[in-house]
Write a protein that binds this ligand. Structure first.
Ligand code: 1HE
Length: 261
């Protein structure tokens, strides 16, 4: 356990194998300024070796109201380009983190807030969550990789609708369309996320590596190459000493079973 450290509106705390990143700007609905984006990137690149899972959350009633609109008011085109690339690097650091990232989302999950949630590997939504892409209303566009990630989650047609009409989806609708993996009552998201983090942290690190690094690439591979990539990843994972020990444990009746508990 470590005491929380705060940099530019981001709290970072280590709880044994689980790192907890908290956006801490509730008075501004956790709107993301460049300082928070840089702090996120830095935190993800400085996680202690023992980290096996990461919980990402936002303090207060709202997960995140997206881009701090104060920053967009004065930016010219070239600044906008570099600003978007900065966001993309930070959110790529989430997608490519050394351990699975579990986001807890409540209240507003809008604009860049939805882009941020979409970069996580699992999303736990509380019943208060709602989803919107108000970029059209504001005269701007996504800039944190959302145009790539959100269609993969909900399909291009739904994202087009959200951007064009400002449509707001409820927590239940989000759950049905796979914006969230889990839906909980208000106030129960963090407890579930930490329970999932502990579960995920018990997997063999190489299996989690395969899920995070190989699976998304295999799933996007056209043609036959995906099968070969899968076989290569499978061979590397099963050849590891950790896999051998776990397989022997199961065969000796010492391992957890796969059925409902
Ligand atoms: C903000 C922001 C923000 C709140 N930038 N300051 N995002 C948006 O277009 C969403 C804008 N926000 C909202 O629509 C609402 O704030 C909420 C629906 C999220 C919440 O409403 P509410 O009534 O709880 O809060 P509020 O009174 O609107 O806001 C509280 C304060 O937070 C207020 O400041 P105050 O000084 O008057 O107290 C707001 O101005 C401030 N605030 N949201 C700056 N986003 C890389 S590209 C990404 C593109 C995008 O993200 S576009 C979507 C931007």
């Amino acid at each position: 356990m470590s005491a929380p450290r705060q940099t530019a509106g981001l709290l970072v705390e280590q709880r044994d194998a689980v790192a907890w990143l908290r956006i801490n700007r509730p008075a501004k609905r956790n709107a993301l300024d460049a300082g928070i984006i840089r702090a996120l990137y830095d935190a993800l690149n400085a996680l202690p070796e023992q980290t096996r899972a990461i919980v990402l959350s936002g303090e207060g009633e709202h997960f995140c109201a997206g881009l701090d609109l104060n920053e967009a008011v004065e930016m010219h085109a070239a600044e906008g380009l570099f600003h978007s690339r900065l966001w993309q690097r930070a959110f790529d650091a989430i997608e490519n983190a050394s351990a699975p990232v579990i986001a807890v989302i409540q209240g507003a999950v809008v604009g860049g807030g939805l882009e941020l949630a979409a970069a996580a590997h699992l999303r736990v939504a509380e019943s208060t969550a709602y989803y919107a892409l108000p970029e059209g209303l504001r005269g701007i566009f996504t800039g944190g990789g959302g145009a790539v990630r959100i269609p993969r989650l909900i399909g291009l047609a739904r994202m087009t609708d959200m951007l064009l009409t400002g449509r707001v989806f409820s927590a239940e609708e989000g759950q049905q369309m796979a914006l969230s993996n889990y839906l909980t009552k208000a106030g129960e998201g963090l407890a579930l996320a930490f329970a999932l983090a502990e579960r995920v942290a018990r997997n063999a690190p190489l299996s989690n590596y395969a899920v995070l690094q190989a699976l998304p690439r295999i799933a996007r591979t056209e043609g036959e190459a995906g099968y070969l990539l899968e076989a290569l990843m499978a061979a590397v994972a099963q050849g590891d000493a950790e896999a051998k020990a776990r397989l022997r444990d199961f065969l000796a009746g010492r391992a957890e079973k796969a059925g409902p508990s």
